[in-house]
Design a binder for this molecule. Structure first.
Ligand SMILES: Nc1ncnc2c1ncn2[C@@H]1O[C@H](COP(=O)(O)OP(=O)(O)O)[C@@H](O)[C@H]1O
Ligand SMILES: [Mg+2]
Length: 368
């Protein structure tokens, strides 16, 4: 797979005062100064709400300015069109989710937005800066959590932050004041001097998040921030992202976890085959694309039962996936549920969710 953020890392390690110099200087470090969170990490109880972050409009009702505008973005890799006219906007303070199956073009979009590759067509403006023309300046003001952690295994946790700060031209003295608050924020203070190889997957992801904050960015890009993590580690990341939103950061994340998108994002774009196919809040997408209620039927003979009983009263449409049938219904009390139960099938009634929308829009066939 591609590694969109490599260039940034390589550019960094090519800068003067490379790794050895860092390690040397850091070992002779002066005692840590009292840490002050200059990177907007103060704990706010209101940031712990389980609801997605909501944008507040200005007093006169006008929405905040867009901090990211993408228009007609096209990226061609040989005969493959990875992006095919992608359009979207992100507003200040928003948590915007790019949702799509594997290969949809999410990472490619981020790569172009960060100026790490040039588009074949289209316009990108981030924080008022045209990209790729002003990509360097943008990257100084942005934080990035790439899809794959690219931490340096030769350094400790704290040293990784110090080295990364240098990529932005930050003084060691300044970065040292940020290390402890960042590690505390990431729940890694106790691992300050640990080697990267000693960290769990969740810890590495949190350190990558802390690293992305070392330059106190205005906007944060996260590419699948919780893929591969267990539920505990995932919830911890979500909590930290909510704190950042409460502190006014703008977040753009890609994900294929609908729960993540529903919990965190104030607005979502569903992307497939390099195009935007739907956009809105989770609620508006559910209302627009699927019925509000779903009845899931499973058990032996589901397919036969469906064939014998369709069309079902109160069911707007149904899908059969393996041995499970999904019935989409306007009313919660669908008579089909009672009939199926009487026929000995297992019946689960639930509200429609974003995953139903996602599967409706992007199909159920496997993507690799
Ligand atoms: N550097 C590259 N060279 C050739 N093909 C690429 C490259 N990067 C991505 N692709 C292809 O472009 C499509 C979109 O990839 P990507 O943006 O990584 O998708 P996503 O992040 O949504 O899973 C995929 O088919 C992928 O294989
Ligand atoms: Mg990707």
């Amino acid at each position: 797979m591609n590694e969109p953020y490599r260039r940034q890392d390589r550019a960094g390690s090519a800068e003067p005062g490379g790794r050895d110099a860092v390690a040397r200087r850091d070992r002779g470090a002066e005692p840590a100064r009292p840490a002050r969170a200059s990177v907007g990490l103060a704990h706010r109880p209101d940031a712990r709400s389980q609801r997605p972050h909501r944008l507040s409009a200005a007093a006169d009702g006008t929405p905040p300015d867009p901090v990211l505008v993408v228009r007609g973005l096209v990226k061609q890799y040989g005969s493959l069109r990875a992006l095919d006219g992608l359009d979207f906007e992100v507003r200040r303070g928003e948590c915007f989710g790019l949702l799509g199956p594997n290969g949809a073009g999410k990472s490619t979009a981020l790569k172009l937005i960060l100026g790490l590759a040039a588009p074949d067509a289209g316009d990108i403006r981030v924080l008022g800066l045209p990209v790729p023309q002003k990509a360097r300046e943008l990257r100084r003001r942005a934080g990035v959590v790439p899809q794959a952690d690219a931490l340096d295994p030769d350094f400790t946790v704290a040293e990784n932050l110090l080295v990364f700060g240098r990529y932005f031209g930050l003084s060691d003295a300044l970065v040292r004041t940020r290390i402890d608050p960042l590690l505390e924020f990431a729940g890694l203070l106790g691992k300050r001097d640990a080697k990267i190889t000693e960290l769990s997957g969740g810890m590495k992801r949190r350190l990558t998040l802390a690293r992305a904050l070392v330059n106190d960015p205005e906007i944060l890009f996260l590419d699948e921030p919780t893929t591969g993590l267990d539920p505990q580690a995932r919830h911890l990341i979500w909590d930290r992202l909510r704190r950042l939103l409460a502190d006014g950061k703008t977040i753009v994340l890609t994900t294929h976890f609908m729960e993540e998108a529903e919990r965190l994002c104030s607005r979502l774009a569903v992307v497939d085959h390099g195009r935007l196919i739907a956009e809105g809040t989770a609620e508006s997408l559910i209302a627009a694309h699927v019925q509000p209620n779903v009845v899931e039927l499973s058990g032996d003979g589901v397919a036969d039962w469906l064939q014998a009983n369709a069309p079902l009263a109160g069911v707007s449409h149904h899908e059969l996936v393996g041995e499970t049938a999904f019935l989409y219904c306007a009313d919660a009390e669908s008579p089909a549920a009672a009939r199926a139960r009487a026929a000995g099938l297992r019946v689960l009634r639930r509200a429609a969710n974003l995953e139903d929308v996602f599967l409706e829009l992007t199909g159920r066939e496997l993507r690799d």
